[in-house]
Structure formats: C-alpha cells, structure tokens
Design a protein around this ligand. Structure first.
Ligand code: GTP
Ligand code: MG
Length: 201
C-alpha cells in the first residue's frame, strides 16, 4: 500500500476523548522501549511522526494518526515499565485496558515484542488478556536488524513453542525492523486486507 498521507490527529488521556470511531483502527502496543513509535514511523515513511526515545516511557498518551484519510494507527504507552511509580503504571494500565476494551472500531492490536529476548511473562499475560476478551491480535517481533538470521529463527521458534503451550491456535506473527524496514510491507498488506471487514459501529 502506498501511504499518501499520515497525519497526527490527537493525543488523548482517555479513550472517550479519542477521535470518533468512524474509521478502522489498528493499535500498536508492547513494553516500553520495544519500538512501537519507531515502527509507526517506519511503516508510514515519516521519521518524526511518532515521538521516539532511547529512554523508556516516552509515549504516555493514546496517539491517533490518520493514514490516507482512511484508517487510524494508534501509538500507545508501553506497559510494565518498572521505573515509573506503581500509581503511574496502574494509571497507564487502566488507560490502555479501557481503550482496548471500549474502542469499537479497533480491528486488530499489534503486540510488539523485542526479538532479542526470550518470551516475557508480561507480554504473554497481556496476550492472554486480549485472547480471553476476544480481541484479535498479532505478534510483531521488533529490532530484528540486531540479530543474525539463525538467531532470529530460533527466537521466533521459542516464542511459538511457548505460546503453543497455552494457545490452541497461534496468532499471526511478523518479523520487523524499523532500521532496515524488514516486514513493513507485510504488515501494511495485512492492514489493508482487513480494512474492508470494518463495519461502522
Ligand atoms: P515507549 O514510547 O517509551 O513505550 O517506547 P517505544 O516502544 O515507542 O520505543 P521507541 O520507538 O521510542 O524506540 C525505543 C528505542 O529503540 C529507540 O532508541 C529506537 O531508536 C530503538 N529502536 C526501535 N526500533 C528499532 C529497530 O527496529 N532496530 C533498532 N536497532 N533499534 C530500534
Ligand atoms: Mg513510544
């Protein structure tokens, strides 16, 4: 898909303040620093559309970007960031959960996981929560430019094996890098494919 326009629309602290749910929407979520904002920039080809940082905890609100006047990409704060206070973490958790559970136009959530590390409890629990609430999601491996092909294949296999212990059917998985743009076309193709399934709430 060609990205003709990618425009920041709004940052919201609560889902009720987000843009009207009149268009299909895709959310990017994952632990702090996993590369959510960077991947949004890589997908759209706009280097500074979403704010990125070497410091975890950069994205703190629900950020809506309008793509081709046709669909929304949503950049969310990271979950499970240990360095913010318990109160702050709880506030983000509620913000994210309320958004995910109450957003009627959300077609799919992309759960980003760092390809360099083994399956993490926080990520697996988060996916479990999506699954048990019937929310569709895909797994997106990030920062794959930092791994050899062999190592990447074994990391993905480890994830599939771990998820296979609890899931009857594995979610779709994407291997990506914001640096060399691996997987961006595949991700965009999937996004485009699902757009026609959208039914106005
Ligand atoms: P929060 O908003 O803090 O939750 O983080 P985030 O998940 O949005 O991560 P962000 O995109 O800000 O990236 C975090 C750091 O990882 C930055 O220093 C990025 O440059 C780096 N990074 C992100 N994606 C990639 C990637 O594909 N490859 C490499 N090598 N570095 C990446
Ligand atoms: Mg971010």
């Amino acid at each position: 898909m060609q990205i003709k326009t990618a425009v920041f629309v709004k940052s919201s602290s609560e889902h009720q303040h987000a843009p009207p749910p009149a268009l299909p929407e895709y959310a990017f979520i994952g632990r702090s620093n996993v590369g959510k904002s960077s991947l949004i920039n890589a997908l759209t080809g706009r280097n500074s559309l979403a704010k990125t940082s070497v410091q975890p905890g950069k994205t703190q609100l629900i950020n809506h970007f309008l793509i081709n006047d046709e669909w929304f990409l949503v950049d969310l704060p990271g979950y499970g960031y240990a360095k913010v206070s318990q109160t702050e973490r709880e506030k983000w958790r509620k913000m994210i959960d309320n958004y995910l559970f109450e957003r009627p136009n959300l077609l799919c959530t992309f759960v980003l996981v760092d390809s360099r590390i083994e399956p993490q409890k926080t990520d697996l629990e988060f996916m479990e929560k999506l699954g048990t609430n019937g929310l569709p999601f895909c797994v997106v491996f990030t920062k794959t430019d930092k791994l050899t092909k062999t190592k990447l294949a074994s990391q993905v296999a480890a994830y599939q094996q771990k998820m296979g212990e609890t899931w009857a059917e594995l979610p779709q998985m994407f291997v990506t890098s914001s640096v060399d743009k691996t997987g961006c076309d595949a991700l965009l193709s999937q996004i485009v494919e699902w757009i026609p399934t959208f039914q106005k709430p």
